[in-house]
Design a protein around this ligand. Structure first.
Ligand SMILES: [Zn+2]
Length: 205
């Protein structure tokens, strides 16, 4: 029972589901990544809030290039405001660095020291300059095959990235793989000055 008038906030705040709290330090979130030291030193862990598939706000974490951290905070705040449903946002270390496992769980993630799937080219994820969003619902298509396997893209599905959602990233200067000839619906990236670009191989320590 509430009889005392309460001050109204300008915008209705989203209540975060308190069960899940960010729990990894950067050190923990990159533990076990086989990756050059200079890349590690430019990574940051960003705590974000997101609108879950259960229609509640949750907390998640993204490992990302430090120069993109403020973009990521703004972008995910806007996605939350739009109530864009995201299933899960956990660093790939939780999936023992398996992109396959992360995709199967429809997990959204940033940094992963790996090649572009199905190629020998270093991915923009390897420098923390890319994010995959709801990957099971927004698959990557290469040579007609989807990754994860047997996935389809249907713009009407919960968590599917629409052009309106992509524009939230694009307004901050990020690219969307959904605009490419070979569709990578889940993928967003942004070039950071002086950082290795996709295709340039780094030497491992
Ligand atoms: Zn990607």
């Amino acid at each position: 029972m509430e009889s005392v008038p309460v001050k109204r906030a300008r915008a209705a705040p989203v209540r975060v589901y308190s069960k899940d709290k960010p729990h990894l330090s950067l050190k923990e979130a990159i533990a076990g990544a086989v990756c050059p030291l200079d890349i590690r030193q430019r990574l940051e862990i960003v705590n974000v809030e997101y609108w879950g598939f259960d229609a509640r706000a949750h907390k998640g974490q993204l490992v990302i290039h430090r120069d993109l951290a403020s973009d990521v905070r703004s972008i995910f705040a806007e996605l939350l405001q739009k109530r864009f449903p995201i299933q899960s946002i956990e660093p790939i270390v939780v999936y023992r660095w398996s992109d396959d496992e992360s995709m199967q769980e429809n997990n959204t993630s940033g940094f992963n020291y790996r090649n572009v799937l199905g190629t020998e080219r270093l991915s923009n994820h390897a420098t923390g300059c890319a994010i995959d969003v709801n990957p099971k619902i927004n698959p990557y298509f290469r040579n007609g095959a989807s990754m994860p396997p047997n996935a389809t893209y249907d713009v009407g599905r919960k968590g599917a990235i629409t052009p309106v959602i992509a524009q939230v990233f694009e307004r901050h200067g990020w690219r969307w793989g959904g605009r490419w000839r070979e569709k990578d619906w889940q993928h967003f990236d942004k070039t950071v000055q002086g950082e290795r670009k996709e295709g340039e191989h780094a030497s491992l320590p």
